[in-house]
Design a protein around this ligand. Structure first.
Ligand SMILES: NC(=O)C1=CN([C@@H]2O[C@H](COP(=O)(O)OP(=O)(O)OC[C@H]3O[C@@H](n4cnc5c(N)ncnc54)[C@H](O)[C@@H]3O)[C@@H](O)[C@H]2O)C=CC1
Ligand SMILES: O=C(O)CCC(=O)C(=O)O
Length: 528
């Protein structure tokens, strides 16, 4: 099988080695297309690899009819319409660790350059001026660095600033007093950080909550003469407010690697001598570029070959150890969902999934997604996958509830799926038998022992002599051969079920005559 891979931003050639080495990867590097051209050709590709320049808009994603995976060689995914990708079942992966060090080093380079006015002094010297008075800087030692966002990069910057003998105060929604103490830094609210700092550096993603986090009001509570760094994302700082704060001398310096609109050639902030800037170079080192390209290439190859990914962005991930424990249940969970999609009728309102036994001690969300995939595929088609199954269930208005119990009767592990529809409740339970594979062990309240694969027939009947014979005779007339059969009942002479494995595909129309027979109540074809 051959996969077409489009690389639309410059990626490190060494970094894409895992792609080049993998079998069946047809790699096209095209970094010059306009958005319109990209939209025209994206339909030919299975995977798209980008850095921050390509805007992967909803339009491009919707035209990517064969697209299965988008790889972002870097951290920020604000250039990718994640909702559109999720809706279409396209997985987005990134490379969150590969450029942390480079971005932290760039932040420190910007901090020091700004504090000592190095770019301004260099420019002056190039203009043949030997001016030693205009470029008096400030020391970092004993000054306070305020870090807003203490994630991977923020934490690295904080550690380096301490090496410069700075005091560090940080705010991050996940930062506790204890963690701060361990790192040897102070912690406080955003306001505390803004009020205390001589230098402020932001390291959050650009989100609704962080857009213009540093705005006019924020500048007002800062110390006079504060200096600001943004090597995270344009838009976290309100550029108009920053301009005014510099002009009014509230802010003595700004070091910017990222901007609200990129790329640009003219920017009003660059007319101010207090501002130094780089064109989004935080991750631009050989090491970082190789590392991020390797990370996404490995994920793309693995995913296209049916394997797991390390850094999914629009899919909840679990650790490798958990994945190893729950992976044996993947197929069973999807089959239980598929079984119920045939067994139940009416509009699905609620899905309850009960995990019992050892499996329940793990994070089972990937299994829940798989169950939903099996359940929804019959009506929504093959585009339902791990990425969009939960999204689609939510959109349709299906309530999904996970229930866990570490004990179970009889089986080491038991997965029970219950579907409530406008017509009632149906339930199926399955397990993995040691060395014997998956089994369906209960349908509604009836115990059975059925291998969940192939063409199955579920028949509900009265538990009395002759019922099985009548079913066999009618199926023989239709040339439907029975390969295996299981009968389950709760009380003698009451209602019972037959689970038949048959040798050919049939649909409910093919078996409609069964329910005309005496004492046969339901006959449903189930294809797994
Ligand atoms: N200039 C460049 O070339 C590069 C820029 N970046 C950008 O740097 C930023 C940080 O990247 P990482 O450290 O890898 O991300 P990360 O996910 O490790 O850290 C982000 C932190 O921001 C925190 N946060 C979220 N909302 C917040 C809020 N309202 N206030 C304070 N903190 C908040 C999060 O809790 C998290 O700890 C991202 O925007 C990323 O895109 C990353 C690499 C290179
Ligand atoms: O690809 C790049 O150079 C930008 C890196 C970046 O901004 C990120 O990883 O968030």
């Amino acid at each position: 099988m051959t996969f077409n891979i489009l690389i639309s931003d410059p990626l490190s050639e060494e970094g894409i080695y895992p792609l080049r080495q993998a079998e069946g990867m047809n790699i096209v590097i095209d970094t010059n297309s306009t958005p319109e051209e990209l939209a025209m050709k994206i339909g030919d590709y299975d995977a798209l690899l980008v850095r921050s320049q390509t805007q992967v808009t909803r339009e491009i994603i919707e035209k990517g009819t064969n697209l299965k995976i988008i790889g972002r060689a870097g951290v920020g995914v604000d250039n990718i319409d994640l909702d559109a990708a999720t809706e279409r079942g396209i997985i987005v992966v990134n490379a969150p660790d590969g450029n942390t060090n480079s971005a932290a080093e760039h932040t420190m380079a910007m901090l020091m350059s700004m504090a000592r006015k190095i770019p301004q002094a260099f420019n002056s010297l190039k203009n043949q001026q030997w001016d030693r008075k205009a470029f008096i800087g400030v020391e970092l030692k004993n000054k306070t660095l305020g870090v807003v966002g203490l994630g991977r990069i923020g934490a690295e910057v904080a550690a380096r600033a301490k090496g410069q003998r700075m005091n560090v105060i940080a705010y991050d929604p996940f930062l506790t007093e204890e963690k701060a103490r361990k790192l040897g830094i102070d912690f406080g609210s955003v306001e505390d950080v803004l009020k205390a700092a001589d230098f402020i550096t932001v390291h959050t993603p650009l989100l609704k909550e962080t857009r213009h986090l540093i705005n006019k009001e924020a500048f007002e509570i800062m110390k006079d003469g504060v200096q600001i760094i943004n090597c995270a994302r344009g838009g976290i700082i309100d550029e108009d407010a920053l301009y005014d704060a510099i002009v009014s001398k509230k802010v003595a310096g700004a070091a910017l690697d990222v901007f609200e609109q990129e790329p640009f050639l003219d920017h009003k902030l660059l007319t101010l001598p207090e501002v130094i800037a780089t064109p989004h170079l935080g991750a631009s080192t050989f090491e970082a570029q190789e590392s991020v390209a390797v990370d996404v290439s490995i994920d793309v190859v693995s995913f296209l070959n049916g394997g797991l990914v390390q850094n999914p962005v629009n899919l909840h991930s679990v650790s490798k150890e958990v994945m190893l424990k729950i992976a044996p249940f993947f197929d069973l969970s999807e089959k239980l969902g598929a079984f119920l999609s045939s067994l139940s009728d009416g509009v699905i309102e609620e899905v309850n999934i009960f995990y019992s036994g050892e499996v329940a001690t793990n994070d089972v969300r990937p299994l829940t997604r798989n169950t939903l995939k099996g359940l929804l595929k019959r009506n929504l088609g093959d585009h339902v996958n791990d990425v969009n199954a939960k999204f689609l269930a939510d959109r349709i208005g299906i309530k999904v509830v996970e229930n866990k119990s570490s004990t179970t009767k009889g089986f080491l592990n038991l997965l029970t799926v219950e579907v409530k529809t406008t017509n009632g409740v149906r339930r199926v339970a399955g397990t993995l038998l040691n060395g014997m594979g998956a089994r369906i062990v209960k349908v509604d309240d009836y115990p059975v022992d059925v291998v969940p694969e192939g063409h199955l027939l579920y028949i509900k009947h009265k538990d009395q002599p002759g019922a099985i014979g009548r079913v066999g005779t009618l199926l023989a007339k239709e040339n439907i051969n029975i390969a295996a059969m299981q009968v389950g009942r709760t009380i003698i002479g009451g209602e019972a079920i037959m689970m038949l494995t048959i040798d050919k595909y049939v649909d409910n129309y093919d078996v409609k005559d069964l329910v005309e027979l005496d004492d046969i109540y339901e006959a449903i074809a189930i294809d797994l």
